[in-house]
Design a protein around this ligand. Structure first.
Ligand code: NAD
Length: 281
């Protein structure tokens, strides 16, 4: 049986864990916060029940999936897994520390992947003794639904590692695309103007968020930029915006907007806090 480890049980980690356990893999889901793990287990249970109610899984498959999930607050429980996917906050220093620790405790064959939206995979690999076994495996939100996975090749990532992650994504019913290690990869790079122009529009008082969202949906997009920021989390979106801006040496096109930061300062992070651009309470 395939054994994977997931670091961080937030929005993305729990979604990736669900994908893993419903595709036959055993998943150890690790977080420093036990509360995050409890919420993750409750969310995964809700997804399993929904999938059963809709006939996508039968009772036995749901029970087996449930048994394949192991929540943990002990990093050492990840030792022995074949692939570890890190989905901790978008902060280079924090992620490097996690990669250093994983590198120290895991056998040399373990692949260490990151779900980062924008940070350098090469810089994560550089703090380990196995940069050839470090890569990006970037899922999209919500992970159980979105098919695309960017497999990111760092400067030192081996072909074997890329192939292993591409195969894993395919076994999990995903559509992998191999991308170069560049700030924001493909999707978050092309998505920058989608968010930033919309923020500039409201910053200049030209339109309000519901109007921009309605217009963008009328163009054929599934969601407008403000609805999507609320789904992603405004803190996550700001961190990604800042990271891409700095990684391109303060390129003006990618400059984040002060309104983003103000919303984060107010704790209006979107759906996860009950309030963002819209009210969910
Ligand atoms: P989140 O804030 O929902 O979850 C992060 C989790 O990491 C929290 O549960 C937190 O307790 C935990 N954590 C913090 N420090 C940790 C540590 N040292 N070790 C283990 N766990 C720790 O964040 P998220 O939205 O799930 O984002 C996680 C990663 O995925 C980020 O790199 C983000 O850029 C990327 N990502 C996010 C989205 C999105 O739409 N939210 C989409 C694709 C990729």
């Amino acid at each position: 049986m395939e054994r994977v480890g997931i670091v961080g049980a937030g929005t993305m980690g729990r979604g990736i864990a669900y994908v893993a356990i419903t595709h036959g893999a055993q998943a150890t889901l690790y977080d420093v916060a036990s509360g995050a793990l409890e919420n993750a287990v409750a969310q995964i249970e809700a997804w399993l029940q929904e999938a059963t109610a809709r006939g996508r899984l039968d009772e036995t498959e749901a029970r087996r999936a449930r048994e394949r999930l192991q929540p943990s607050t002990t990093l050492e429980d990840l030792v022995g897994t074949e692939v570890i996917i890190e989905a901790a906050p978008e902060d280079m220093a924090l992620k490097q520390e996690i990669f250093r620790q994983l590198d120290a405790i895991c056998p040399p064959g373990t692949i260490l992947a990151s779900n980062t939206s924008s940070l350098s995979i090469t810089a994560l690999g550089a703090v380990t003794r196995r940069p050839e076994r470090v890569a990006g495996m970037h899922f999209f939100n919500p992970a159980p639904i979105m098919r695309l996975v960017e497999v990111v090749r760092g400067l030192a990532t081996s072909e074997e590692t890329v192939r292993a992650l591409v195969d894993l994504a395919r076994r999990w019913g995903k559509t992998p695309v191999v991308v170069k290690d560049t700030p924001g990869f493909i999707v978050n790079r092309v998505a920058r103007p989608f968010y930033l122009e919309a923020l500039r529009l409201i910053g200049e008082g030209i339109a309000d968020p519901p109007t921009v969202d309605r217009l963008v949906r009328a163009l054929g997009f599934r969601m407008g930029p403000f609805e999507l920021m609320d789904l992603i989390g405004l803190d996550v979106n700001l961190a990604v915006s800042e990271s891409i801006y700095h990684a391109f040496f303060e390129e003006p096109r990618f400059r984040p907007h002060p309104i983003q930061r103000q919303m984060v300062q107010a704790g209006r992070l979107g759906r996860k806090t009950g309030k963002g651009w819209y009210d969910y309470e």
